[in-house]
Design a protein. Structure first.
Length: 492
């Protein structure tokens, strides 16, 4: 990290923290000696305080550790410098908790840092660790060798073998990680090339479920436990066949990459189109109704699981029968059902409920609940139906206030819908309400509770924007249509 802007800022911080101290930078000290690091270590031991900075998050290179160790032996104070947000922080440490690198590993990371930023390296290591059970050191070596392999245009395994010296020293689970990453890369390339946005979302959802142990635990053991892996394996098999691999080799690659056993005959059926694991788990059609269904669900939807019947339900609950019927009708088009899903009355909660069992839609919406922007590719494709669905669920027309308003506690949803409105050339603004902590009466139970979250209002004002809203979006509910016409004047 010598000679970088980070180093300059850190030296300034050290000077402010230890006012009046004389600072020695090892980069400015040159020794002509065979055992260079030993001389630097001795020189470091002559100082009262040694300030060190870990690289790539929490790693200490071999040379720096030798200097620290020499300072500790002589009784010097050891101070760790790090970044927390935009601030540079110094803290005295009694025990080194960072990971010590060997000279070989230190040289590897030094090579990579010439071509890749430290922050990018931290992100790649974090991503790899989140997908697989790897130690920080293992993830560092794998990421660094992968980057070098790309730069040198070599095979990843070959670069790793060169680094390890003896191929027998490479842990078997590292080889499996490499194969899984290769499969992931191929699938991502296929996702980018796929024109069907619904299939793209399904594949992205499968990748996220495979990567996350927390998400994977939500899938019931048995019928659907390995579904994400099987879907990915299906597309991976097609890709490998295009590369000329035999059915038997493809079956072995699938076992190495996903840990699921498939026969060469099953691979043959996949490749020739005789069998598709997507077909037995429900359909999702790429159509404008999908944008409506997802956006409306973001407003009033929920998810449920029936573990006895192995069913994954997507639900929408509302007090308005007309809205429930509209959502059920559109949902049927999305799932390929001939008749619309009929609303049923929930006596306990006093709501109309529409429910459908579809594992893929359930997976997509479970991710959208955590991050609404996950479904942006679909909503972006159908901004009109998507905005209509969301405003049917969360919108209202304030005639006296001359505005159309949509309200939600999730700011990300508000910003997502605002972006979709912008695509339709409709300007809008959102405002937070000062209602967090205020009391409200539950319409169902009559109990008085305190609001835990802030509501945000997405407001469309100005006649030009409101006329565009009526032209490109509109409402499906008759009472909201009447109010919109009352606001703008009924021109029909």
């Amino acid at each position: 990290m010598y000679g970088t802007k980070h180093e300059e800022k850190e030296i300034e911080t050290i000077a402010k923290h230890f006012q009046g101290a004389k600072i020695t930078n090892p980069a400015n000290v040159k020794f002509s000696h065979r055992k260079c690091m030993s001389v630097y270590a001795y020189y470091a031991s002559l100082h009262d305080i040694i300030v060190y900075r870990p690289v790539v998050g929490r790693f200490i290179t071999a040379g720096v550790y030798e200097e620290i160790e020499a300072g500790v032996w002589k009784g010097a104070k050891i101070v760790r410098i790090s970044e927390k947000g935009n601030a540079i922080v110094l803290e005295e440490v009694g025990k080194i908790k960072d990971y010590l690198l060997t000279p070989k590993e230190s040289n590897l990371i030094a090579k990579v840092l010439r071509f890749e930023s430290e922050q990018r390296l931290i992100e790649e290591i974090s991503d790899l660790r989140s997908r697989y059970r790897l130690t920080p050191r293992s993830a560092l070596i794998l990421v660094c060798t992968r980057i070098l392999a790309k730069l040198l245009r070599k095979n990843w395994v070959e670069v790793l073998q060169e680094f390890m010296g003896d191929p027998r020293n490479i842990p078997k689970h590292w080889i499996r990680v490499i194969k899984m990453e290769k499969a992931r890369t191929n699938i991502l390339e296929m996702v980018l090339a796929t024109k069907d946005v619904a299939i793209k979302l399904i594949l992205h959802a499968c990748l996220k479920f495979v990567d996350s142990l927390e998400l994977k635990s939500k899938l019931m053991k048995g019928k659907y436990n390995l579904l994400p892996e099987r879907i990915l394996a299906y597309y991976y098999a097609i890709r490998l066949r295009e590369e000329g691999l035999s059915y038997e080799k493809i079956a072995r690659e699938i076992w190495d990459a996903f840990g699921i056993k498939v026969s060469s005959g099953e691979v043959c059926n996949w490749v020739r189109g005789r069998y598709n694991p997507l077909r037995r788990c429900g359909r999702i059609n790429d159509c404008p109704d999908l944008g409506y269904v997802i956006a409306a669900w973001l407003g009033d939807g929920s998810l449920a699981v029936d573990r006895k019947a192995f069913k994954y339900y997507v639900e929408l609950a509302t007090t308005k029968y007309e809205f429930a019927r509209e959502w059920g009708k559109r949902l049927a088009k999305v799932t390929g059902k001939s008749e619309g899903y009929k609303p049923r009355w929930d006596k306990c909660n006093k709501r109309w409920v529409v429910r459908a069992s579809n594992i893929f839609l359930w997976m997509i919406l479970s991710l959208a609940r955590e991050d609404p922007w996950f479904v942006y590719p679909i909503l972006e494709r159908y901004p009109g139906p998507a905005c209509r669905g969301w405003f049917d669920a969360e919108g209202s027309v304030n005639v006296s206030g001359y505005k159309i308003v949509g309200t939600n506690t999730d700011l990300r949803q508000i910003q997502l819908i605002q972006e979709l409105l912008h695509k339709l050339s409709i300007n809008s603004k959102y405002y937070p309400r000062s209602d967090e902590g205020t009391e409200f009466k539950s319409p169902r139970s009559g109990n008085i509770s305190k609001r835990r979250r802030t509501n945000y209002d997405l407001v469309i004002s100005g006649k030009e924007n409101q006329l565009k809203y009526r032209k490109f979006i509109g409402f499906s509910l008759s009472d909201k249509k009447r109010k919109l016409d009352s606001l703008l004047g009924d021109t029909t």
